[in-house]
Design a protein around this ligand. Structure first.
Ligand SMILES: Nc1ncnc2c1ncn2[C@@H]1O[C@H](COP(=O)(O)OP(=O)(O)O)[C@@H](O)[C@H]1O
Ligand SMILES: [Mg+2]
Length: 278
């Protein structure tokens, strides 16, 4: 990772993974081969799905599988085009140019992963247009450079369609440039396998946590801003594996994280008690 420039570039969490063995990823359908086909055809990928359903893990897994570096940017409403492309900085010798994470990926190859893209300002998404059709170029206005993308450059964006603000959807002209993969929560059996693998708890306990998740997803669906993702189950499972009493672990890692409203948290806690009754 280019530490200095990435720190200077305003809080962007840029991570570079040159992993040797891919992190575990349990596939739902044919998303692994689709992603590979998109990569080999120079097509950008858009991943939609609820929080904690494995989007980031999937991208990390695919990057390692394909031997690509990942430049991950967590988008926010203050993210500007310069944060992605780069900017001039000043030191004792004068001004010098520093590539942003997008430019680094375009120049050297690798995946530029823009997480929660709908949070970014509109002018940020516009710069992706020439990169995400068959031109595959990045015009850098500030330096006058028109950068042709490295053959191993791939653009990946993700967002949670259930959570976005109405005004914050992706523009159709942006969306229609991407190969879209829609993610959802895995089947109960697969989710239990994920929870077990990620935490090391017993198969029975993993199953119970998945039963709890399903109960919470069904009953609390309408009251909650977001339904619990697999991530929360993995967190609870890790606490349990470290010796925490299951109900307490579910309270700390699941129910308290789903809402700040005491009444709702109490109602969710009752579901936990019912599932872990024996
Ligand atoms: N299909 C999956 N395979 C392996 N682990 C998964 C999977 N889905 C979710 N997880 C677990 O859940 C956690 C959260 O997933 P993450 O990819 O960060 O979610 P998202 O990016 O969709 O919010 C991961 O760190 C991992 O432990
Ligand atoms: Mg994520």
């Amino acid at each position: 990772m280019n530490d200095v420039s990435n720190t200077i570039l305003k809080n962007i969490s840029t991570t570079t993974n040159a992993l040797t063995s891919p992190p575990a990823y349990f596939a739902n359908e044919n998303e692994v081969s689709l992603f590979e086909q998109a990569y080999h055809n120079h097509l950008p990928v858009l991943i939609k799905g609820p929080t904690g359903c494995g989007k980031t893990r999937f991208v990390e897994h695919m990057a390692a599988r394909l031997g690509l570096t990942t430049y991950t940017v967590s988008c926010h409403d203050d993210l500007s085009a310069a944060d992605l492309i780069g900017r001039h900085l000043i030191n004792h010798a004068g001004t010098y140019w520093v590539d942003g994470p997008l430019t680094q990926a375009v120049r050297h190859g690798g995946i530029c992963y823009l997480d929660e893209i709908v949070e970014a300002r509109k002018d940020t998404t516009v710069i992706l247009h020439a990169l995400s059709d068959n031109r595959r170029i990045l015009p850098i206005d500030r330096t006058g450079e028109i950068l042709a993308a490295h053959p191993q450059f791939m653009l990946v964006i993700s967002y949670n369609p259930g959570y976005q603000h109405l005004l914050k959807g992706l523009k159709p002209s942006t969306r229609q440039r991407f190969v879209a993969l829609t993610f959802n929560f895995p089947s109960p059996a697969r989710e239990a396998e994920i929870v077990q693998t990620e935490s090391g708890i017993s198969a029975d306990m993993a199953k119970q946590l998945v039963t709890l998740a399903q109960a919470l997803r069904n009953t609390a669906n309408h009251d909650l801003e977001e339904i619990p993702g697999t991530r929360l189950l993995v967190n609870a499972a890790r606490l349990i594996q470290s010796g925490c009493e299951p109900r307490r672990a579910c309270q700390a890692a699941i129910t308290e994280c789903l809402s700040d409203e005491p009444e709702l948290v109490d109602a969710l806690a009752n579901i936990v008690t019912a599932v872990f009754a024996d």
